[in-house]
Design a protein around this ligand. Structure first.
Ligand code: SF4
Ligand code: SF4
Length: 74
């Protein structure tokens, strides 16, 4: 019998726009290129399905303005 395919969980990426100063660090360091800048240069999770939930964006953000929940991790 075939094993059921594992469905990848898509992480939830939240940006606190009040705290974000639009420095672009998270966008530059995301190894999966998940984030695109919006009109104000703040990160938009444009490709959340590519996110590995590595949380590098969280660690690199100097203002604690981005948070990643869930996903399978890698
Ligand atoms: S958790 Fe990792 S892969 Fe996902 S958006 Fe942040 S830096 Fe990119
Ligand atoms: S690193 Fe933090 S402050 Fe800088 S753009 Fe990303 S979320 Fe905003």
């Amino acid at each position: 019998m075939a094993m059921p395919r594992k469905v990848k969980k898509i992480p939830k990426i939240s940006v606190n726009r009040a705290w974000c100063k639009a420095c672009g660090i998270c966008i530059a360091f995301c190894p999966k290129k998940v984030l695109d800048p919006d009109d104000e240069h703040r990160p938009l999770p444009a490709r959340p399905e590519d996110c590995s939930a590595c949380r590098l964006c969280e660690f690199m953000c100097p203002d604690f303005a981005i948070e990643v929940d869930g996903g399978d991790g890698e």
